[in-house]
Design a protein around this ligand. Structure first.
Ligand SMILES: NC(=O)c1ccc[n+]([C@@H]2O[C@H](COP(=O)([O-])OP(=O)(O)OC[C@H]3O[C@@H](n4cnc5c(N)ncnc54)[C@H](O)[C@@H]3O)[C@@H](O)[C@H]2O)c1
Length: 272
C-alpha cells in the first residue's frame, strides 16, 4: 500500500524553527525522515532544535536568518542547496506580535506608534512573502513543492486589542490564496500553498495577554478564550502535527489555497 502521508527523504525549510510551534513541526518532520533546515533570527534556539534532531538520529542544520532581509535569506538558500541539494517544503513560521502594537488600558489605540504596527506587519507578512520569493523560486524552477504559511484565528475575525496582528494575519491568509493561484497558473500545479490557522496556544507572543504575570492565574481574556473554545482548553504544539503532515504530503494533493483552522472549534462557535 502506498503511504499517502510519507514525506521521508524530503527537504524542508522551517522559518521561525527555533520557536515554540515550529520547533515541534521541525522535529515532527525530522522524525519522519525529512531533512530540515531551521532558519531563525535566534541562532541559539535554532541550533538547540537542530542539535536535538541530530542527537535523535535525524538530519538538521541551523541557519541564522532574518526573514526580513532578502540577502540573509539568499545566503540561507545557498547553504540549504549546498547541504541538501534542493527544497521540497517551506514552512513560513516566523511571525508574532508585541505589546507595543496592542491596544490596552495603558495604550490607547490612538497612541499606538506607527513603528510598532509596522514591525508587526513586516514580521508577519513581509516575513512570509520574502522567504516565498527566495525558496518558492526553486520550486517554480523544479515544478514542485509545498508551502505552509502560519495564519491565525485573528485572520478570520479580528480579535480585540491585537489590531496590527489581526490585520497582518488576514494578509497572510490572503497571500496564501494568491500564491496558490499564481503557482498553479504560471508554474506548476504540483506546487501547493496552504496555511494553518492555530487557535490559542500559550506561547511567548500571547502569554502576557492570557496569564497574569503577578499571580500566574488566567487573565479575563484568557478565561474568555477558553470560554469561547468549545473543546475547553488551549492547544498544544503537538496538536498541529497531524494537519501539518496532511498538508505537506500527497494526502492533500488536491488541497490548495486553503487556511485550515486547528482551534478546538473556536472559529465554529458563535458564542451562543
Ligand atoms: N502561539 C499561538 O497561539 C499562535 C496562534 C496563531 C498563530 N501563531 C503563529 O505561529 C507562528 C509561530 O508562533 P509561536 O507561538 O511558536 O512563536 P515563537 O515566538 O515561539 O516563534 C517565532 C520564532 O520566529 C523567530 N523570528 C522572529 N523574528 C524573526 C525574523 N525576523 N527572522 C527569522 N526568525 C524570526 C523567533 O526567534 C522565534 O523563534 C507565528 O507566525 C505566530 O504568529 C501562533
Amino acid at each position: 500500500m502506498v503511504d499517502l502521508f510519507d514525506v521521508s527523504g524530503k527537504i524542508a525549510v522551517v522559518t521561525g524553527g527555533g520557536g515554540i510551534l515550529c520547533s515541534e513541526m521541525a522535529i515532527a518532520l525530522a522524525t519522519r525522515g525529512v531533512k530540515v533546515a531551521i532558519l531563525d533570527i535566534n541562532e541559539k534556539e535554532a541550533k538547540a532544535v537542530a542539535d536535538r534532531i541530530t542527537a535523535e538520529g535525524g538530519e538538521a542544520i541551523a541557519i541564522a536568518t532574518n526573514v526580513l532581509d532578502k540577502a540573509s535569506l539568499e545566503r540561507a538558500r545557498d547553504l540549504v542547496i549546498g547541504n541538501y541539494g534542493t527544497v521540497d517544503i517551506l514552512i513560513n513560521g516566523a511571525g508574532g506580535n508585541k505589546p507595543e502594537a496592542t491596544a490596552s488600558d495603558s495604550m490607547s489605540f490612538f497612541d499606538i506608534p506607527a513603528d510598532a504596527i509596522q514591525w508587526v506587519f513586516n514580521l508577519n507578512i513581509i516575513g512570509t512573502v520574502l522567504p516565498t520569493q527566495v525558496f518558492g523560486k526553486i520550486m517554480a524552477e523544479r515544478g514542485e513543492g509545498v508551502i505552509i504559511n502560519m495564519s491565525s484565528m485573528a485572520a478570520f475575525k479580528p480579535l480585540t486589542r491585537t489590531v496590527a496582528y489581526s490585520a497582518a494575519k488576514a494578509a497572510v491568509s490572503n497571500f496564501t490564496q494568491w500564491m496558490a493561484v499564481h503557482f498553479s497558473q504560471n508554474y506548476s500545479t504540483n506546487i501547493r500553498v496552504n496555511a494553518l490557522a492555530p487557535g490559542f496556544f500559550l506561547t511567548n507572543q500571547n502569554y502576557y495577554l492570557l496569564v497574569d504575570k503577578e499571580t500566574g492565574e488566567p487573565t479575563d481574556r484568557g478565561r474568555q478564550i477558553i470560554g469561547h473554545t468549545p473543546m475547553g482548553k488551549y492547544g498544544t504544539p503537538e496538536d498541529l502535527i497531524g494537519t501539518l503532515l496532511w498538508l505537506v504530503s500527497d494526502a492533500s494533493s488536491f488541497v490548495n489555497g486553503v487556511v485550515v483552522p486547528v482551534d478546538g472549534a473556536f472559529s465554529a462557535f458563535s458564542g451562543v
